[in-house]
Design a protein around this ligand. Structure first.
Ligand SMILES: C[S@@+](CC[C@H](N)C(=O)[O-])C[C@H]1O[C@@H](n2cnc3c(N)ncnc32)[C@H](O)[C@@H]1O
Length: 381
């Protein structure tokens, strides 16, 4: 089976996690650059990586890369690509997104239209036709230009991988599912420890944790564009990968995961989302303010995304909440805490410096992940 080069883009700052996920799936890493993990794999790797990667935003099938400092270079480069090897005669293709960084070419709309034109010309010649009908399946193209090198890929995922399919209702300020999974993976939580999110909102972080605990593939509940690419990924591979994922689910586990939020409506939404993800049996939900949180449990882990002051006028109340968090969490001496927020001066209001502080770019928004590491639980004999 032919080998492909695949790229999994992710939020800046989370590359090491995606690299580990790809390696765990058994694929060779080719390179890691800012927000992009490139690896090698066969057609089955397209199915498995879409189904299993928790932190990556999508899986791209890399088609070519070349230098371009003018639109003429871009046209020629795209026109030289054997698109007929990837897209059938009736395939629908367009540039879904063009991103450029530190490059001469920067107009996204021009790049989109030139790429489309050059690819259409190539397809017409290859299929010996004067018109391209595009009545078939979707083959979205992604263009990434970095320092004048054009990276051309087909988007195998379609909708971003953060769209797991369990969040159906709209709620205020939910965190991305991919970031929720990343926070859990960066925390010291293991399924035998208590996990709490006292600001659970729609429950993303805990739903992701329960899916990790039960080894549920995050993509099992949705579809991917490449499922319809019969010319590149035989249907039976998708079925095999889905069977594999279904068989991997652990059903004989016990998890102690607790979700709280001051807003009972948010808690109801979280419960519904958890049910959609088939993990509601693992999570206990309750509407309760963080100020009332107390527990007799030891060595627990809090992973949370507290309010961060979306509006300027919220800043004072947010500072109060951080202060309250500091005093409530401060009593849990052997617990660990992972807190993500884009609010500056979190540590000052919380009242304690983090053990580790990691910068992250959520799109253009800079956020910080503050980790307060407690002691490890004693080994069980
Ligand atoms: C940024 S949102 C969390 C979003 C969540 N991670 C998600 O993915 O949906 C912050 C949440 O904190 C809740 N909240 C605000 N003040 C609170 C308090 N004092 N105690 C507990 N929850 C509070 C809000 O209702 C909101 O749901």
């Amino acid at each position: 089976m032919s080998n492909y080069q695949l790229t999994a883009p992710c939020m800046f700052g989370l590359e090491a996690l995606v690299k580990r996920e790809v390696k765990d799936l058994g694929y060779n890493i080719i390179k890691v650059t800012d927000g992009r993990i490139t690896f090698e794999g066969d057609a089955m790797a397209i199915c498995r990586s879409n189904l299993w990667l928790r932190v990556a935003e999508r899986v791209l099938l890399d088609v070519d890369e070349f230098k371009a400092t003018s639109f003429e270079d871009l046209f020629q480069g795209i026109n030289n690509i054997p698109w007929e090897k990837y897209i059938p005669e009736n395939g629908r293709f367009w540039v879904k997104k063009a991103t450029t960084i530190k490059s001469k070419l920067f107009s996204q709309t021009d790049i989109q239209s030139i790429v489309k034109k050059a690819a259409v010309e190539r397809m017409k010649k290859a299929y010996n036709t004067t018109t391209i009908k595009e009545t078939g399946e979707d083959y979205p193209i992604r263009i990434f230009i970095h320092k004048d090198i054009v990276y051309v890929s087909l988007d195998t995922s379609g909708n971003g991988l953060h769209k797991r399919g369990y969040r159906k209702m709209i709620a205020k300020a939910p965190i991305r599912e991919t970031l929720g999974a990343a926070l859990v993976m960066l925390s010291p939580w293991k399924p035998d420890r208590v996990l709490v999110d006292p600001f659970c909102g729609t429950g993303t972080i805990l739903i992701e944790a329960a899916m990790i605990g039960a080894n549920i593939a995050p993509g099992l509940n949705r579809e991917f564009d490449a499922e319809n690419w019969k010319n590149l990924v035989p249907r039976k591979l998708w079925m095999e990968a889905a069977d594999e994922a279904n068989n991997a689910i652990k059903t004989d586990i016990e998890l102690n995961i607790q979700a709280f939020d001051i807003d009972y409506k948010a808690v109801n939404v979280a419960r519904d989302c958890a049910a959609n993800a088939y993990v509601d049996e693992y999570i206990h939900f309750q509407d309760r303010p963080v100020q009332e949180f107390k527990t007799k449990k030891h060595y627990g882990v809090v992973v949370t995304n507290p309010p961060y002051g979306e509006r300027l006028e919220d800043a004072e109340s947010v500072k109060e909440i951080y202060k309250d968090m500091g005093s409530v969490f401060g009593k849990l001496e052997d617990w660990s805490f992972v807190i993500v927020t884009s609010f500056d001066e979190f540590e000052r209001n919380y009242g304690k410096k983090a053990t580790k502080n990691r910068k992250l770019y959520n799109g253009m928004i800079k956020s910080y992940i503050y980790t307060y590491l407690g002691p490890r639980p004693p080994r069980r004999v």
